[in-house]
Design a protein around this ligand. Structure first.
Ligand SMILES: [Ca+2]
Length: 104
């Protein structure tokens, strides 16, 4: 392996000094942490969206039980848009998971 092409050699002098190695490792560690945090956030968002999807019918039932006619009508007319949006979020999540696991 030629050291001049090493990504840690930031000043391009062909050597990886201790400082450069430290910076490189720190950078890699941050990159991994960021990717991890992003996956966690995506997972949470997907579960949140799915949870909303499952609770949606209950919200409609509750609104009708509580006699909130307006709320019930609004929820009813929002449903198609809402379900498509949630399906989009979930599809994007699993799509990106499949894509990034294929890439590695
Ligand atoms: Ca260097």
């Amino acid at each position: 392996m030629s050291e001049s092409n090493h990504p840690a050699d930031t000043n391009g002098d062909g050597k990886v000094s201790d400082t450069e190695e430290q910076m490189y490792l720190e950078f890699k560690r941050k990159e991994l942490e960021d990717a991890d945090a992003m996956r966690d956030a995506q997972r949470k968002m997907t579960w949140f969206a799915l949870g909303g999807l499952l609770l949606y019918p209950f919200a409609v039932v509750l609104a009708s039980l509580a006699g909130l006619d307006e709320a019930q009508k609004t929820l009813g007319s929002m449903a198609p848009t809402y379900f498509v949006a949630v399906a989009g979020i979930v599809a994007a999540f699993f799509g990106s998971q499949a894509y990034s696991s294929n890439k590695k």
